[in-house]
Design a protein around this ligand. Structure first.
Ligand code: FAD
Length: 450
């Protein structure tokens, strides 16, 4: 209403409120359209207002107003999430924190940074002290650090350092939606109520993450004619601590042919590909070992060209799906954990049942210290029924799926402590204003009724 708009202007200044209709629409969306299921469900969701606070005080002021007026709030970083996490289900105000983007402190082994800072900018900053990030998503150029903590899982670096839940967040500061909006400092086990909880328990304003001494990363593409060989080779590299690495990816043929910028280096249609980022000093040995597994080095980018132009991580994690979509818009994807010792068998079964309807993409990663071949398989979409038939089959054979076709927290997997998150929400957001509709209603209701 015009009344509310007037109050918003009063609280935060008109310069912090988005007034262009198309921009409001744009900032109400994320990459939900990766999923044909979510694409249908969320297409028309839109915020009534978008506020982009230019300071911590302005952020606090808009939150205080929304509490007073009982208006729904959906936090937003860069909006690169894939599950509609940042989409307002019930209108209200989208609060875009991307202008809270200052580094607070770079220490030895840690950095404290405001939530809205882009991960790539953060990386540049910490490299000034010869340090680097542990883990980051393949969207690091755009994505914010707060959005990663609140809505992501893992990425480049996870093969060595694990996911967000594995010590890669040291503490966060959050603003709560209590009568008096207040700040909390969260660390230790309490972080589990905030990591990947879509901002349902609080607005993250500051993040402290561990950082490590900088390495010299070389990017390497190795081609294989057998899927078994590429899996065995990459498992060996991923498993053995003697190799210093931050990315070990496998894509099945013909996925490499979807990578248009690599057209010159990828010639054989039926070749599978390993995409690896490894310490420069390990490169010669890596190439020798690859030969033992019948692998052929087809491209090396020396350490001096790291972060210059397109990198191989632009073809990994969920970027793989992006290249497939550019090739044919019917591709979509799943997320799953294969079991380390049954991965060949599980892949064989899925191939037999679904043929080329499913193409394998594996990210080797550590989860609570355990090495896991994590799948981001491409699925040629036919219908929602068929998609869930495929998901059911994956689960049936123990290749457990984290469903990326739902915006509901917990329904997507990741073993979240949902009851605890719901309880924390009751404390921090008693009017249930934060990211409405994302926490399954039975959880919200149960805790409210108690
Ligand atoms: P947003 O999308 O803006 O927000 C994510 C969630 O967090 C939303 O629920 C939002 O409401 C909430 N949120 C945002 N900021 C805050 C805050 N300050 N306080 C509280 N809540 C907040 N993800 C991975 O984990 N690893 C990958 O490798 C990866 N690769 C991807 C590749 C592609 C091509 C795409 C499209 C997505 C990929 N993603 C990946 C998903 C996503 O890009 C990342 O998780 C990213 O870190 C999200 O950051 P963002 O700033 O865009 O967050």
């Amino acid at each position: 209403s015009t009344n509310l708009l007037r109050k918003l202007f009063e609280a935060v200044g008109s310069e912090n409120v988005v007034q262009v209709e198309e921009t409001v629409t744009k900032l109400s969306k994320d990459y939900y359209w990766y999923s044909p299921v979510l694409d249908k469900q969320l297409e028309h969701k839109r915020a009534d207002y978008v506020v982009i606070p230019d300071s911590y005080e302005t952020l606090k002021a808009v939150l205080q107003l929304t509490v007073k007026e009982k208006i729904p709030v959906t936090p937003r970083g860069a909006g690169t999430g894939n599950y509609g996490q940042a989409i307002p289900m019930t209108g209200g105000v989208v609060v875009d924190v991307s202008k809270l983007n200052k580094v607070v402190e770079v220490g030895e082994g840690f950095v404290t940074v405001q939530a809205g800072m882009r991960i790539r900018d953060l990386e540049k900053k910490i490299m000034e002290s010869d340090q680097e990030l542990t883990i980051y998503p393949s969207t690091f150029v755009k994505a914010t650090i707060g959005g990663f903590v609140a809505g992501g899982s893992g990425g480049i670096g996870s093969v060595t350092w694990g996911n967000l839940w594995d010590g890669n967040v040291l503490s966060v500061k959050v603003l709560t939606m209590n009568e008096e909006v207040s700040e909390l400092l969260i660390d230790g086990a309490d972080l589990l109520d905030y990591i990947h909880s879509y901002g349902t328990t609080g607005i993250i304003t500051e993040v402290t993450i561990p950082i490590k001494p900088k390495s010299n990363w070389v990017q390497e593409l190795i081609s294989f004619s057998s899927l078994q060989d590429v899996l065995d080779f990459t498992r060996y590299i991923a498993e053995d601590d003697q190799w210093k690495k931050r990315l070990v990816t496998v894509v099945e043929a013909p996925i490499p042919t979807f990578f248009r910028p690599l057209k010159k280096v990828i010639q054989e249609k039926d070749e599978h590909l390993a995409l690896i980022e490894i310490e420069e000093s390990d490169l010669t040995r890596l190439k020798e070992e690859a030969k033992k597994f019948h692998g052929r080095s087809i491209y090396t980018a020396e350490a001096s060209s790291y972060r210059k132009g397109i990198g191989i991580s632009d073809f990994t994690w969920n970027h793989t799906t992006l290249w497939a979509l550019k090739n044919d818009k019917n591709w979509t994807y799943l997320q799953n954990f294969f079991s380390l010792d049954d991965v060949h068998d599980q892949i064989g079964k899925i191939k037999k049942r679904f043929g080329d309807e499913v193409l394998f993409h594996i990210e080797w990663l550590r989860d609570k210290g355990k090495l896991i071949p994590a799948g981001l398989p491409l699925v040629y979409y036919q219908s929602q029924e068929r998609l869930y038939e495929i998901i059911d089959y994956f689960n049936e054979i123990g290749a457990s799926v984290n469903d990326p076709h739902t915006y509901l927290l917990g329904a997507g997997g990741w073993n979240l402590q949902l009851e605890s998150i719901a309880k924390k929400k009751k404390e921090n957001d008693p009017y249930e204003l934060l990211n409405q509709g994302k926490l399954p209603t039975h959880l919200v209701k149960e805790t409210i009724d108690q």
